[in-house]
Ligand binder design. Structure first.
Ligand code: ADP
Ligand code: ADP
Length: 217
């Protein structure tokens, strides 16, 4: 089987993480989230974590060179050889080019880019109700509640709200997305791999569309 590299595209709060986890599990490949990798570094107080923290809390992007190095490092592990669902990367045209170069080394390329489309007002509501587990599982107080309030279904640890999910920071992150990440819609459209998905539907319906799209490619 040829390796399957998938890039999840969409604004903050579109549901990339939620869908990427389900998709990776369904396809038996890894889920690589740069946001999760940065948060892990933050928790472990690594140099990379300290560097990333100021950018993350301000809702800005971490510089490209730092981000690309972290992804190259992740891809050097053997579990990425079968493919990956990339979530939150690439986020700039420079990162997209770096990814193309990286995949060339694997004799591969980006196969499909599901673009999860959701209007801005919905994003703010989703992010202000987002509850996260330490391990990166994603809940929503209304749309995907845990069985017990503020407790992870799987391991029973407390859930938390992300520092950067405050409404002021969310609005800035959406601007950053529009300025720096939205150009990737064209980038992947021109390569013929973009597939638009209506992200306003319920989680299971979005996933059904996503599976359909991926199976067709
Ligand atoms: P992203 O990774 O794109 O920022 P997430 O997957 O973290 O998005 O989802 C953001 C929030 O919205 C989470 O609280 C999640 O539970 C919720 N969510 C995700 N998909 C949907 C959906 N289709 N309908 C309603 N809420 C959703
Ligand atoms: P969301 O799920 O809301 O889209 P992420 O968890 O993907 O957010 O990212 C959180 C923060 O981590 C971003 O606001 C940014 O500061 C940093 N980050 C994550 N991925 C990247 C990336 N590819 N390039 C630069 N910064 C990133």
């Amino acid at each position: 089987m040829t390796a399957m590299y998938i890039v999840m595209l969409g604004p903050p709060g579109a549901g990339k993480g939620t869908q990427a986890k389900k998709l990776a599990q369904a396809l038996g490949i890894v889920h690589v989230s740069t946001g999760d990798l940065f948060r892990e570094n933050l928790k472990n107080e690594t140099e990379l974590g300290k560097l990333a923290q100021t950018f993350m809390n301000a809702g800005e992007l971490v510089p490209d060179d730092v981000t690309v190095r972290m992804v190259e490092d992740r891809f050097s592990r053997p579990d990425c050889a079968k493919g990956a669902v990339l979530d939150g990367f690439p986020r700039t045209p420079a990162q997209a080019q770096a990814l193309d170069e990286l995949l060339k080394k694997f004799d591969s390329r980006v196969k499909v880019v599901p673009y999860i489309k959701v209007p801005d007002d919905v994003l703010v509501e989703r992010l202000s109700g987002r509850w996260m587990s330490q391990s990166g599982r994603v809940y929503h107080e209304k749309y995907n509640p845990p069985k017990v309030k503020w407790i992870d279904d799987v391991d029973g640890t407390p859930l938390y709200q992300r520092e950067d999910d405050k409404p002021e920071t969310v609005r800035h992150r959406i601007e950053v997305y529009n300025d720096q990440t939205a150009p990737l819609i064209n980038y992947y459209q021109e390569k013929g791999v973009l597939a638009e998905i209506d992200g306003t539907q319920a989680i299971e319906s979005v996933f059904a569309d996503l599976m359909n799209t991926v199976e067709k490619k």
